[in-house]
Design a protein around this ligand. Sequence first.
Ligand code: PMP
Length: 370
Amino acid sequence: MSTIDSLPIRDELRGKSPYGAPQLDVPVRLNTNENPYPLPEELVARIGERVTEAARHLNRYPDRDAVELRTELARYLSRTAGHTVGAENVWAANGSNEVIQQLLQTFGGPGRTAIGFEPSYSMHGLISRGTGTGWISGPRNEDFTIDVEAAVRAIAEHRPDVVFVCSPNNPTGTAVDEATVLALYEAAQAARPEHGALVVVDEAYGEFSHHPSLLPLIEGRPTLVLSRTMSKAFGAAGLRLGYLAADPAVVDAVQLVRLPYHLSAVTQATALAALEHTDTLLGYVEQLKSERDRLVTELRAIGCDVTASDANFVQFGRFADAHEAWAALLAHGVLVRDNGVPGWLRVSTGTPEENDAFLEAVRAVTKDLK
Ligand code: PMP
């Protein structure tokens, strides 16, 4: 029997583990920051119509440039994110993970580096590795905000080609303010005077924030990119649709690495149907935001430490052994996420009933574990 290590894989992949949030069949699954609400029936029917129409043309390749979809995504951002953009500013791919991969294939790669401020979204590091980009783990403050001075120093020292800023940050829920992003952008440009460095603001959870989107910052900053997804606010994790907004030159640049026809006609049709129902879906976001705020309040009332959250999830603790607490909650039928942040766990906001079940389980297990 072969093992991975007996194969001629790239050296930097040896001994590494793949991304792997457990997909367990338990009553309450609050571990992958999905939206707990299924798509509304009218939207399901509209997807049926749009996909049926697309199916009539599946003998042909899809629109390679996804122009109609990018136009509608631009319209959505212009309406909701405080800055007017057009299709030329927007690029879409199969989940924001693929957007990030395309950015790293274009702006990172062998001999280049990317930096992120950890704990943060683990895929920034994993996709860096997958694209041959060196990964630099930058610091955060004790309260999980970005330590601006230390971050600026790290950028000056390492001169990375790509800087990741996750806001709201996964897994901590922490939003990053405009001044911090601007300081990091300036530092990144100063460290790389020839062409600048790419700053990727990952706003996968942007719609859930108490603060406005950082989208307006792309204006006049040709290497600042905002990354978004339909997996969370649009309740469409199964769709696999992520997108970016940036200077049109960035959109032209990622096309150097994208696979031809990467976004299937079925994906484009489904995403367009979902965008027709934006207002209904954003109504669910409002419900989730108030449930998220309730989780924060009630967890604090139970006596947990809770990191202020601008996302659809909440980081809570502190446990002497977070993994033991994770297992105890699982024994109560509630799956949360152990992101490996010592002392802390992360719970995604569910329906009010799921959140009640989670809070009940926390009450039961904290007595023994804290
Ligand atoms: N960025 C962040 C911060 C995330 O948490 C996630 C999903 N967990 C993604 C990007 C990727 O999302 P998707 O590929 O589903 O768009």
